[in-house]
Design a protein around this ligand. Structure first.
Ligand SMILES: [Zn+2]
Length: 489
């Protein structure tokens, strides 16, 4: 049975944050899944919390495609926002220059992590017509009002289902809430759809005067513009559930009078050393910092080894374990020619666990089990079975975005872990010697050549000395059938 047939086999169950239970994925348009994921506010480097969210939805898109679905994957870019305006003011850069720079850096980081590019990447500043149109519809339908100062607010009390996604009740939220100085809203729960222009800030025309959109409205306007009023999956980090996604529902349902999203998916938090990651605690890592010390594939393996809804504790130890696990998988694949027909039992096991709410943690167990079967088949001299198992590992690896490097290159590449990887925890640098300082493959080959010369001359002391020297540099030699192979230890 081929990949194409897989979507008809059984159903895919996904935990829906809106109902708190697992539900069958039933695309509104059969065979086509439309998915919107909240993207980045581009004013700083992306951090590992962003990396986790984007890796999770990357695998959702890859898996659904592997199951034969067409996926339209949309991820927005927030390119106008209070934080962006403040940062541009601090740096003296124009807002455009700042956002363009961080969009470029975001793409570099996401490409380095091997994320598939979304099909559409709408930007708020390019969707002002849709944003203004949706705010107009909300005013017309009585869900929004124009305040005296030209701000437009969503009237939360006008939407009885408010709080359903987050499980928060408006009357409880109202306790202790108050209208801040400078705000012109009627109810502390009301939130800004449009902020009237302030001197020195970017602004756009609207029927309510010059101004700029609030953050929440852009996702309602852009998701609807890209995917229609009603679509299948909306994703984001757990921290976006309230108020951002709650507000999106109120806006979209209020403006269109239609259903909005069928399944809401939220990934768990990232903690560092058991604490919430935050700049003020000094345990805040950018993707760039982490990738200086660890290969992207190692980071990906670690992030996906946890179920996406579980909290994740980001530690150096776990990255080292992920590296070891990947080394084991690449060792299994080493020297085996993958066959044309992957082992269907392995693929079927993988499908079963992933159909159950994208359980990548169990998917990794399948991968490791298949690698262990492959080692056994190879030791037993069963080349046919080894070829089929290797093909299954590569296919599963492709769905997870892993194991696509040539195993020889994986072991011989001058490791980015070479030298010192230092991550700061609580402001203290934690330096970990993760690997040897890199000799280039050419240098290593030259040393092996010199050692072979020494052996031919029966200069065993020199041959041993070279072996030890390479071992000290983390290079392990393997002599077999008259040849010397090497790998990095
Ligand atoms: Zn959003």
């Amino acid at each position: 049975m081929g990949v194409k047939d897989r979507k008809t086999l059984t159903m895919i169950m996904i935990h829906n944050s809106l109902t708190g239970s697992k539900e069958e994925l039933k695309p509104i348009e059969p065979g086509h899944v439309r998915m919107y994921v909240c993207g980045i506010t581009v004013y700083d480097y992306c951090h590992i919390g962003h990396a986790r969210a984007q890796l999770v939805f990357d695998v959702v898109a890859r898996y659904l495609r592997w199951r034969g679905y067409r996926v339209t994957y949309v991820r927005n870019i927030t390119d106008v926002d209070d934080k962006i305006i403040r940062r541009a003011g601090e740096s003296g850069e124009s807002i455009d220059a700042l956002t363009e720079r961080f969009i470029r850096l975001m793409h570099e980081d996401f490409d380095a992590l091997g994320l598939v590019r979304p099909d559409l990447e709408p930007r708020a500043t390019e969707h002002m017509d849709q944003i203004v149109g949706m705010i107009g519809a909300l005013i017309e339908s009585g869900h929004a009002y124009v305040a005296g100062n030209g701000d437009v607010y969503y009237q939360v009390a006008s939407f009885p289902a408010y709080g359903r996604l987050s499980g928060k009740r408006p009357e409880e939220l109202r306790v202790g809430a108050r209208v801040e100085v400078g705000e012109a809203k009627r109810d502390p729960l009301d939130f800004a759809l449009w902020k009237s222009a302030k001197p020195g800030e970017p602004s756009w025309d609207s029927p309510w005067g010059q101004g700029r959109p609030g953050w929440h409205i852009e996702c309602s306007a852009m998701s609807t513009a890209a995917l229609g009023n009603h679509f299948d999956i909306h994703g984001g980090g757990m921290d976006l559930k309230f108020p951002h996604h709650e507000n999106e529902i109120a806006q979209s349902c209020g403006a269109t009078h239609e259903a909005f999203v069928n399944i809401w998916m939220h990934n768990g938090f990232v903690q560092v050393a058991d604490e919430k990651m935050s700049k003020s605690l000094g345990n805040f890592f950018t993707i760039r910092e982490v990738l200086q010390g660890h290969r992207a594939e190692v980071v990906r393996y670690f992030v996906l080894s946890r179920h996406y809804r579980s909290p994740m504790n980001f530690t150096e130890d776990e990255l080292v374990k992920a590296r070891a696990a990947l080394d084991g998988l690449y060792t299994a694949l080493r020297g085996v020619e993958a066959g044309a027909d992957p082992d269907e039992i392995a693929l079927e096991r993988f499908r079963q666990v992933m159909d159950d709410d994208f359980n990548t943690a169990e998917g990794f167990a399948v991968l490791q089990g298949t690698a262990s079967d492959l080692n056994k088949a190879r030791n037993a001299g069963d080349d046919g079975r080894a070829a089929a198992l290797a093909a299954a590992i590569l296919e599963i690896g492709g769905v997870l975005g892993l194991l696509q490097e040539d195993p020889e290159a994986w072991f011989k590449r001058v490791s980015v872990e070479a030298g010192k990887a230092s991550l700061r925890v609580h402001g203290h640098p934690t330096t970990v010697e993760v690997g040897p300082d890199g000799l280039s493959p050419e240098q290593i080959e030259a040393r092996i050549e010199a050692r072979n010369d020494a052996r031919r001359n029966k200069d065993w002391a020199e041959a041993d000395r070279i072996r030890e020297e390479l071992a000290a540099a983390g290079v392990i030699l393997e002599d077999a059938s008259g040849k010397t192979d090497w790998r990095r230890g």
